[in-house]
Write a protein that binds this ligand. Structure first.
Ligand code: ADP
Ligand code: GLC
Length: 522
């Protein structure tokens, strides 16, 4: 059988553009697909600075009649990832300070246009452009690429199959319905049975509604999003499409995130077998952040977006109390997000000089050094589709303290307190339920009790470091999925429609409306 040709359509791909785990997952998966001898390309916007980081740039096409104005498509190679990339160039749309927001943290007013243009470019490629490979599969990532399945359907490109991967259902890409015409979306797709959601246009819903298959990034999250608690109002649609919803857990890039050879650690290197360097990494981190250099201090790290998803609001209450209860506790934070929580953490650092250090900002190098130097990672989440950060922490011997939600419930092994400390010899972390400062504080206390037992703690560290979460294994279900979809749709043949008539769900709740049930018909 011919090699499957897939084109990933994404707003981020490490190292060209990254705001969080999406960028890591896109690149990690694309590299694994390429290593597995499938053909994979990546289409993304040519954000500011991206063209300077790629090589072999060649013109592919002028795209006229695009939302946001005429654009150019160029092909290139990203030397760092080794991946072929297609860049959608339109400086009026993409030559900006940030990926999604301006200097003041405000989302760009024309984000609908910016990502509609990306989807249209994907569909033009699927239709065939001289000089670009025509994909069998368009693999759309998150809401930014949510219009891809809709536009493929509208263009009648039946030989191209679409897979829509949900990395985070909470980010929905909602825009006024009145934009639809400007975005090139036919009116007939703007109904409640289509992309309309609470009288708005939802890019995310467009992806969920029209993709041939939906995937999401962990098994537990795939179950959770079928419920009103985690479904962000889209659970009725997801339940209706449950037969087409495939959980495919992410992997991690175990070369980039390898404490034995991480260039961010300078000359320090260590592994589960030779753990000595971990002590050096801790000392280096304490030094770099101005913490007291104490080997015996329990160094707890937080490295994430400082938002309510990540329980930053809970952490700013739980941490001061934990520091009072445990004089041997040190805290190190790298993060950015909600200004209130940034401020509260900066104040915490001022209150506990030498015991608490906070860096507000986004810094890939510090993130690596943080995992290497920390004894434990605090990663509370109200929902967590996968959660790459706790896996990075485990690989670096920092034991995660995470919420029992989403992917973390699948990837962190915690037999629970009832089994006693012996059971923890098989653990890789500490899981907790709830989102109160008390819940989080108790989990920190429990981790510190385990930390005080070096034999148990070393076992937990080693267990985490020994886990295999590499992308090569993780990518296999995608390869099978793509092959089955492409096989079901040989080029030029017309496949049977994949959308079955869907039951009309009774009610859905909008995530932002305080919970008044609103009738919603699909
Ligand atoms: P999410 O995608 O929800 O933010 P993940 O844990 O899956 O959560 O991925 C987060 C990624 O972003 C990780 O690679 C993490 O190291 C990185 N990250 C988050 N905040 C920062 C920061 N302030 N500086 C550097 N890297 C960060
Ligand atoms: C999202 C999720 C995170 C996941 C990442 C990569 O940003 O919040 O849980 O790990 O995407 O899939």
């Amino acid at each position: 059988m011919a090699r499957t040709r897939s084109l990933m359509v994404a707003s981020e791909a490490f190292p060209l553009a990254k705001s969080g785990g999406l960028g890591d997952a896109v690149t990690g998966l694309a590299q694994a697909l390429s290593r597995a001898d499938t053909e994979v390309g990546l289409l993304m916007p040519a954000y500011r600075g991206v063209r300077e980081r790629v090589v072999g740039t060649h013109h592919i096409a002028h795209l006229a009649g695009m939302p946001g104005g005429e654009a150019t498509l160029v092909g290139a190679l990203c030397p760092e990832s080794g991946l072929p990339v297609y860049l959608l160039c339109n400086d009026a749309l993409y030559d900006r300070h940030g990926l999604y927001q301006d200097e003041h943290g405000q989302p760009y007013a024309d984000n609908a246009l910016r990502y509609a243009a990306l989807a249209h470019a994907a569909v033009r490629m699927a239709g065939g452009l001289p000089g670009a490979r025509q994909p069998d599969i368009l693999h759309a990532q998150d809401w930014h690429a949510g219009l891809v399945p809709l536009l493929v359907r509208a263009a009648g490109l039946r030989y191209v199959k679409t897979v829509f991967t949900v990395h985070n259902l909470a980010f929905q890409g909602m825009f006024p319905l009145a934009c639809a015409r400007e975005l090139g979306i036919p009116e007939s797709y703007c109904t409640d049975d289509g992309a309309r959601f609470y009288d708005q246009l939802s890019f995310l819903k467009a992806g969920l509604r029209y993709a041939d298959r939906i995937t999401t990034v962990s098994r537990n999250y795939a179950r959770e999003i079928l419920t009103p608690e985690f479904g962000c109002g889209l659970d009725p649609l997801l339940r209706a499409r449950a037969a087409d919803l495939v959980p495919i857990p992410n992997g991690i890039d175990d070369i980039l995130w390898n404490p034995a050879s991480d260039p961010h650690l300078g000359r320090i290197g260590y592994s589960a077998r030779k753990p000595a360097g971990k002590t050096q990494a801790k000392r280096a981190l304490q030094n770099a952040l101005g913490l007291h250099v104490e080997r015996g201090a329990a160094l707890l790290a937080m490295g994430s977006r400082l938002t309510e998803q990540k329980m930053a609001d809970v952490a700013v209450q739980a941490l001061p109390a934990a520091m009072e209860r445990h004089p041997g506790l040190q805290v190190a934070v790298i993060g950015c997000g909600d200004h209130r929580y940034e401020q509260a953490l900066v104040e915490l650092a001022a209150r506990y000089p030498g015991r608490c250090a906070v860096r507000i900002g986004y810094d890939e190098g510090i993130a690596h050094r943080l995992h290497a130097g920390a004894d434990m990672l605090l990663h509370g989440s109200r929902f967590e589709p996968f959660g790459l950060t706790p896996l990075y922490a485990m690989r670096y011997g920092a034991v995660p303290i995470g919420s029992r939600v989403g992917g973390m419930a699948d990837t962190i092994v915690d037999p629970g307190e009832l089994g006693g400390d012996k059971a923890m010899l098989a653990a890789t972390g500490v899981l907790f339920d709830g989102d109160s400062p008390h819940d989080m504080g108790q989990a920190i206390d429990r981790a510190l009790r385990l930390y005080a037992q070096p034999a148990v703690w070393r076992c937990m560290q080693r267990n985490g470091m020994a886990c295999e979460f590499g992308w090569d294994m993780a990518a296999r279900p995608y390869i099978d999925l793509f092959a089955s979809l492409a096989g079901a749709s040989p080029r030029g043949q017309v496949p049977a429609p994949t959308i079955r008539p869907e039951p009309v769900p009774a009610y859905a709740r909008h995530p932002l409306d305080g919970g008044i049930p609103v009738p919603l018909a699909y």
